[in-house]
Design a binder for this molecule. Structure first.
Ligand code: FE2
Ligand code: FE2
Length: 231
């Protein structure tokens, strides 16, 4: 749990920085958008707080962070274009995180973890919904934006091509969580459940991409190129 929470905290940190950064650049005329982003940033601050408390419940040190995950998150933080950043973060990243949070909720070893994963997933669902609604509207007014979004996914994939993807410590922790014990058969089942999770994430990304007007082939390609770090 400590390692999984450490991973979540790291990702939530990026999700807090990105909307905060855009609020500071926005024209005050777009006050509703500012409100949504401010609430989103506040949600992420709560997620960081609660996941840190859960991680440090029984010990005083967090788990490990890996370079691959940091590089992946940095590509999000460095993205200056709002449409591209919200596409990569909210539609693809937080969309994948919805599956992850429901996975943690399902296999949680204690009621607190179960509850915090469920409550965070409810918040993330709003962030994903806003990202999708915003980009659907954007694509309706400017159909060329879809090509820009697709190019951004391919570019990010190229930048991350030589990184390891998901931290092995996190993968093992998720496997053990889903297994529920160190028993060999349980571990095999845990592995299967993590594979099911990645398939579920892929399905979710593809269905959101279709809702933004991408073709079935484009949705499959772009989902497969999404960072293996999930966010
Ligand atoms: Fe969050
Ligand atoms: Fe979020």
């Amino acid at each position: 749990m400590v390692q999984i929470m450490t991973y979540l905290i790291e990702n939530e940190m990026a999700a807090l920085i990105i909307p905060s950064h855009f609020i500071a650049q926005m024209h005050p005329h777009f006050r509703e958008v500012m409100q949504v982003l401010a609430i989103q940033a506040a949600d992420e601050a709560r997620h960081i707080d609660i996941f840190t408390r859960r991680a440090l419940l029984n010990r005083d040190r967090l788990g490990v962070s890996a370079v691959a995950g940091q590089v992946s998150l940095k590509t999000l933080i460095d993205e200056p274009n709002f449409a591209i950043a919200s596409f990569l973060l909210s539609v693809l990243g937080e969309g994948s995180f919805l599956s992850l949070l429901w996975f943690i909720n399902k296999y949680a070893p204690d009621p607190i973890t179960e509850a915090v994963a469920r409550l965070a997933a409810q918040d993330e669902a709003r962030h994903v919904a806003f990202g999708l609604a915003h980009l659907r509207q954007h694509a309706k007014r400017d159909p060329g934006v879809r090509a820009q979004l697709a190019a951004a996914v391919r570019r990010r994939h190229d930048v991350l091509r030589h990184t390891a993807g998901l931290n092995a410590e996190v993968f093992d922790a998720m496997l053990l969580l889903a297994a529920g014990s160190w028993n060999t058969d349980a571990l095999r089942q845990g592995h299967q459940r993590v594979m099911d999770l990645t398939r579920d994430m892929d399905q979710g990304r593809k269905s959101r991409l279709l809702r933004l007007g991408f073709s079935v082939a484009e949705a499959a390609e772009l989902s497969s190129l999404h960072t293996r770090n999930f966010m």
